[in-house]
Every structure is written in C-alpha cells, then in structure tokens.
Design a protein around this ligand. Sequence first.
Ligand code: AHG
Ligand code: MN
Ligand code: MN
Length: 331
Amino acid sequence: MNRPDHDLVHDNLTSLQAHVLSEEARYPGAQGDLSWILSAISLAGKTIANKVRRARLDGVLGAHGTENVQGEQQLKMDVIANEIIMRCLGDRASVAVLASEEDEEPRILRRSGEGGKYCVLFDPLDGSSNLDSCVGVGTIFSVTVNDPEEPDGEKTVCQPGSKQVAAGYILYGSSTIMCLTTGDGVDMFELDQAIGSFLRVKTKLRIPEKGETYSINEANAETFPEGYQKYLRFAHSSGYTSRYIGSMVSDVHRTLIRGGVFIYPPTAKNPDGKLRLLYEANPMAMLIEQAGGLSYSGDQPTMQIQPERLHQRVPVLLGSPVEVARVREFL
Ligand code: AHG
Ligand code: MN
Ligand code: MN
C-alpha cells in the first residue's frame, strides 16, 4: 500500500484475535475451538499481567501457606494465577481437561461426548519466587488433543510433546509479551495496555543459529554430571557470557531472541532435573524448535519423551542449534 499517510501509523495493528482467526481460516474444517482456547489464554494473560503489576499494592505477595503436590511453597500469586486461568478456560466448551502445576490431578471438565476436544496444560506463574524482587515472571501453556477413549485424566494429558497442537508463554517483564506457535512457526505479540490488546510485533521468529551466551544455575555446578562441567570449562575459556534470571520464561525468551543456550541439568537435589516435562519443557521445546532451535532432555529430543506422570521432571538443554550441538559434544 503506498498511500502517503500509510507511514504515519505504526505497522503493528494486527491483533492476536485477527491473527488467530486468519490462521483458523487456513484450515477449512476448523470450527474455531482452538481459536476460542487461545482467546481465553489471552484474557487470562491480560488479567494475570494486571495482577502481577499490582501484587505489592494489593498485598498478595508472599506465601499462601500451602504446598503444591510437588512439595513446593505455594505463593498467593501462584494460586491467583491458577484460579484466573481455570475460570477463563473453564467455560470454553471445547476444553476437556485442564492440568496445572498447582493441582495434583488434572481437572476433567467435559468428556468428548460433551464437546471436550482439547486438553490445556499450564504453569500458571513460572518463576514466581522472583515476584518480590520485581523480576520477569510468566505463564506457560501447552494444548493437546483430548483422547476420547482414555477415561483417566492423567493418562489423557501424558502425551509426548510432538503431539502438541499449540504452545506458548506470556512473559510479564519490562513489557508483556506473548510468544505463540500452532505448528507453523512462532509469532510474537506485545500487550498494548492502552487498548488492552496483544498486537503482533514479529512473525515467523527465528532463533539465531548461534550465540555465545549460556544460561545455567552455576551454584549447582559441583553436582552436575561431568559432561556439563566440561562444557562450562569450555564456555569459560571461550569468551562466552553468562545470563541467568531464574525464571524459565525470561531465560528462554532471551535465548529465543538473542540466541545462546539454556540448561537445567540433573542436580543432587533434582536428579531428574527440576523442570516439569508437560508444562515447562515441552511447550518451550515446541517454540524453540518451531523457531529453528533444538531441545533435548538427557539424550532424547524433549518432545519425543513419552510422559508417565503429570508432574514428571526432566533435564532441559535448549537453544540455538549450534550451541545445543556444542553442549551435546561434551555430554
Ligand atoms: P516455578 O516458579 O513455576 O516453580 O518455576 C521455577 C523454575 C523455573 O522458572 C526456573 O528456570 C527454575 O525454577 C530456577 O530454578 P533454580 O532456582 O534452582 O535455578
Ligand atoms: Mn515454572
Ligand atoms: Mn509455576
């Protein structure tokens, strides 16, 4: 379009809603069920963003006084974010099962016979222990197809990451950013608070092939398996820089944008790694691979692992293809 006033208005005027509907239109048989779920996730993200940014004002920082199934202290904000997502997604007719880091069991809302077509798994507030220090935190989500033959909720959601139909995160950082994939590349949206809409700012995002930044909690280095320690010695002597925020969404987003590698190895405290396969490692692996990167958990690609349990933990090695391959040479 070459009208002279065209350049007076910024280009980012494609909303998430418009983007999702135009994607849906590419699938003739689509009934809009996935679009409805993504719209519910967008509403939940905007609501959580608002709550995160006023948590101290509203007096909801700090512990909730309960433990989640993983034996972790639940923060008030973990419970609030969980409740917001459950409410936003719970009344969407196409949701069969909701599974959360904060709930021991998945919640079965609708059988296939009642329209339950998709399962949504999520980490309602990732990195929440950083909230009181005002560091970026986020929501991670993964969407899979419901298995109508499987009556057991946990078995229904225990599908390999390769079966995900959509995955993404919302990062509540210096701005509120959503990165989303539905299997055809990664698109990025920024929340324009003035109009309450996620506007598309990048399409078909590609992770840089390489990047001399590694992201790992070196406090645990003594207990990493030997291969990781060898890699660290290589990185230290090769001019790499280290960046570790301690909330996966922030560390993965930086890796996606700037390149590099994010690693959470097995440690003495978490011999299988700390991050959960179903609602942390798998959705991040789908995004990173859709952007041209790689994601491994142990010696397997993350998305090929057959999950056994909802809260199963795995080691994570993801990022730029050149950097992930370099780490794997040492493992
Ligand atoms: P959550 O807040 O959902 O429990 O996740 C915290 C995770 C992840 O965000 C981050 O990468 C990791 O914990 C950091 O763990 P360490 O503090 O052990 O490095
Ligand atoms: Mn998390
Ligand atoms: Mn969490």
